[in-house]
Write a protein that binds this ligand. Sequence first.
Ligand code: GAR
Length: 201
Amino acid sequence: MKKLAVFISGSGSNLQAILDATADGQLEADVVLVVSNRQSAYGLTRAEKAGVPTLYFPFKPYREAGKNRATYDADLAKQVSQYQPDLIVLAGWMHIFSPAFLNRFPNRVINLHPALPDTFVGVGGIEWAFEAYHKGEIEHGGCMVHYVSPEVDRGPVIVQTIVPILPEDTLNTYAERVHATEHRIIIKAIQKVWVTLGESS
Ligand code: GAR
């Protein structure tokens, strides 16, 4: 069985979608570790309920000790590598990885982003898209899963899909549509990566 490590910073609804898909056999994988950089992240509770090991790994103590991001990234990579994940899924993980992390897991880190490629990068992708729609700058929103490169929310795309924005949408109804779509594409993306890994082995 393939091993997944899922990184979160918040609610973890996408983590839940992954846990559900592994439980019902839709996804051939075990989540072997959930990492959070925020202690209050509800995703940690979801992991505990599913009996998955968790690692709370905040950057703050590093910053306070005058250590840089590369040191944090290298230490985290070391801890995670003990679980020997086949794939690391960033599902709402709000920390930008440097090569000190990414080089430890080449082509093994993917990220979910609530906007289409090269648009609305960073935090607030849903809000930005909603605003841009109302300014007449875009006709629809979207979401995607991509391999992670050191640039924020960029890298080769694995799955992307359009998410309609309707004139009667509120930010909330649009956000709900994005999240429901994300819960599907994150599974599809992992399945696609499994096929790629199978072809390359
Ligand atoms: C998701 O919408 C994901 O696309 C976004 O964080 C949310 C996490 O939701 N990620 C980014 O914005 C990355 N730039 P969740 O905690 O309920 O899974």
